[in-house]
Design a protein. Structure first.
Length: 200
């Protein structure tokens, strides 16, 4: 398969990409690093990326940002960071990407445990993750051409423990093998409209 991976050089993206490239042709997209550059918070940038890449068999997004801060300190602009990037960025990747997706192709978006098990300072991120879960379930009902869409929702991954452990007291880190398998299940399997949770 010809697979476009947005965020393929990140903590999770790099591991997923290294696995998938053993049997698939990958195009890595990123804001500053990759085979092609894209800003998912900008729909015109997304359109330009797809025009350059052409037809593909799978779209995988392991990117998107949201503001982490105490709820009382979050401004409307702070919320808009997550809404424009992680939420609408992924929605637009799916919306625009459908035109470039081959028959039977798949779209895999990324969320995280905060949708189901939030911790302090994650109001914005939790809200965005939950919205993507609902989007995937609803969008799957209307896809044509045997297209599929799913979301992978991971807990704190082993490779990010040092950076985020203080925010997730008592959480069991998720192995990278489990995370990779979740993406493989979405890309190579037949499911659609699912939130694939790996929380421990």
């Amino acid at each position: 398969m010809k697979i476009l991976i947005i965020g393929g050089n990140g903590t999770i993206g790099k591991v997923v990409s290294n696995y998938l490239k053993k049997k698939h042709t990958l195009i890595i997209a990123g804001r500053t690093i990759g085979d092609i550059n894209v800003d998912i918070a900008n729909s015109k940038s997304i359109e330009t990326m797809f025009q350059s890449v052409g037809m593909i068999d799978a779209i995988v997004c392991i990117a998107g940002e949201a503001k982490w801060a105490p709820f009382k300190d979050l401004t409307e602009d702070d919320f808009h960071i997550g809404l424009k990037s992680k939420l609408m960025g992924q929605v637009n990747l799916a919306r625009i990407g459908l035109e470039y997706l081959s028959e039977g192709g798949s779209i895999t978006l990324s969320t995280g445990i905060l949708a189901d098990d939030p911790v302090p300072m994650t109001t914005s991120a939790a809200m965005v993750n939950g919205a993507i879960h609902s989007f995937v379930k609803a969008a799957a009902l209307e896809l044509e051409h045997n297209h599929r869409i799913n979301a992978v929702s991971s807990g704190l991954v082993v490779d990010a423990v040092d950076k985020y452990r203080e925010y997730f007291p008592g959480h069991n880190p998720v192995s990278m093998d489990k995370v990779v398998n979740a993406y493989v299940k979405s890309i190579e399997g037949k499911i659609s409209g699912q939130v694939i949770r790996i929380y421990g």
